[in-house]
Design a protein around this ligand. Structure first.
Ligand code: NAP
Length: 357
């Protein structure tokens, strides 16, 4: 038996609210019929925790678009398994160890868990759980943005797959979201000219004023994508980090330079659409003559480079070269409304929920 933490003297049973999958949502925006909140009881008694496991209290949870693909009931575009009906859903979160039967974790440790049950309290094995260094002088939300999945995805897309030369013309969609804000800043650090698309005038300003984008446009207003890309890319596009797919990707293919690279991180414009009705690309042939390299990728396949990434990003952050922006909402009950808001243009930066402090 492990013995990493303190032993509860008295019986401790807590009420814990948790989000669970009530019904699959094959298409359209999920509703409150699909994701529901319920209250369960969790025993934090030392004796009731299985060996090697621990009890965690959720502090912060990241709200991410990929959850959409885990509740469709399909296995086509999945990269993580379908979530089971009636079971608690999971996300990338930060929590506090409240009891531990694992020698590597002690009561009071603050940990990151990539599959944190979205529940106020949980009992969990320690697989994938990582301790946060309390002396690192990094705020907890930064571990979910700059040093978490969005930052890592941006780093893989720009530094590893895109790898643009200084002076390259770079385009980034969903540029004010979690991935986009870091992708643009990383491309600027590589000496590129960077243009972003986003869904409001306020966010266009944020891209230019706070994230250092050279130009940005509101794709809800500039609906002729060919015309706007002609305006902002008179010399063509060398690198496009695609976060949205659909019509924007099709328009980009009319503006690519010879040897352009298109790392595809995601296609959020298509996530709520039945696969049979998703938008296709009429001009895919352009990638042949222009010898364009399009590459879909998952940040999880680059975990062997996570250490290198965190060192670099932490340094950039501490030098003020990379600036994170968060939208932090309060209370586990706000999870559903924040999740569906990802499919609108209402957020700036990384969406996070503070569940406890
Ligand atoms: P995020 O912070 O939640 O931002 C999502 C943004 O997408 C929204 O704020 C919205 O901004 C935009 N959007 C929503 N619906 C749209 C639509 N119909 N058309 C165009 N834009 C739309 O998300 P994120 O974490 O940055 O993720 C961005 C992309 O990266 C997603 O496709 C996600 O699935 C993908 N991703 C991939 C990996 C990987 O490993 N491959 C990891 C993380 C994320 P505006 O409308 O204002 O632009």
């Amino acid at each position: 038996m492990g013995g990493g933490g303190g032993v509860a003297a008295a019986t401790t049973v807590v009420e814990s609210r948790e989000w669970y999958l009530a019904a699959i949502a094959p298409e359209n925006l999920p509703t409150s019929d699909h994701l529901k909140l319920r209250t369960v009881t969790v025993s934090l008694d030392y004796e009731s925790i299985p060996d090697e496991q621990m009890a965690l209290q959720l502090l912060l949870i990241s709200v991410d678009p990929y959850l959409r693909s885990r509740i469709t009931g399909r296995n086509d575009d999945l990269y993580l398994a379908q979530l089971p009906i009636n079971k608690v859903i999971t996300g990338y979160g930060i929590g506090r160890v409240v009891r531990s039967k694992n020698n590597n974790f002690s009561e009071g440790d603050i940990v990151v868990h990539p599959f944190f049950p979205i529940a106020e309290y949980c009992i969990t094995p320690s697989d994938f759980v990582r301790k946060i260094d309390p002396t690192a002088d990094i705020s907890l939300p930064d571990y979910l943005s700059c040093l978490g999945v969005p930052g890592f995805t941006a780093w893989v897309g720009i530094k590893v797959i895109g790898n643009p030369d200084p002076g390259s013309n770079v385009f980034i969609s969903a540029a004010a979201g979690g991935v986009g804000m870091f992708a643009g800043q990383l491309a600027k650090l590589k000496g590129c000219r960077v243009v972003g698309s986003t869904g409001s005038d306020e966010k266009v300003q944020v891209l230019k004023d706070e994230f250092g984008y050279d130009e940005a446009f509101n794709y809800h207003k500039e609906t002729d994508f060919d015309a706007i890309l002609t305006k902002y890319f008179p010399d063509g596009i060398d690198l496009y980090l695609d976060n949205v797919g659909g019509k924007m990707l099709e328009a980009v293919l009319n503006h690519v330079n010879k040897g352009a690279r298109i790392p595809i991180s995601g296609m959020i414009s298509q996530y709520n659409t039945n696969p049979a009705e998703r938008e296709g690309l009429k001009n895919l042939l352009n990638i042949v003559g222009k010898e364009v390299k399009m590459e879909g990728f998952l940040c999880g396949s680059f975990l062997n480079r996570f250490g290198e990434f965190s060192q670099q990003m932490e340094k950039y952050m501490k030098e003020g070269k990379i600036k994170p922006k968060h939208k932090i909402d309060q209370g586990i009950e706000s999870f559903f409304e924040n999740f569906v808001s990802l499919f609108s243009s209402s957020n700036v930066g990384k969406v996070i929920i503070q569940v406890a402090s």
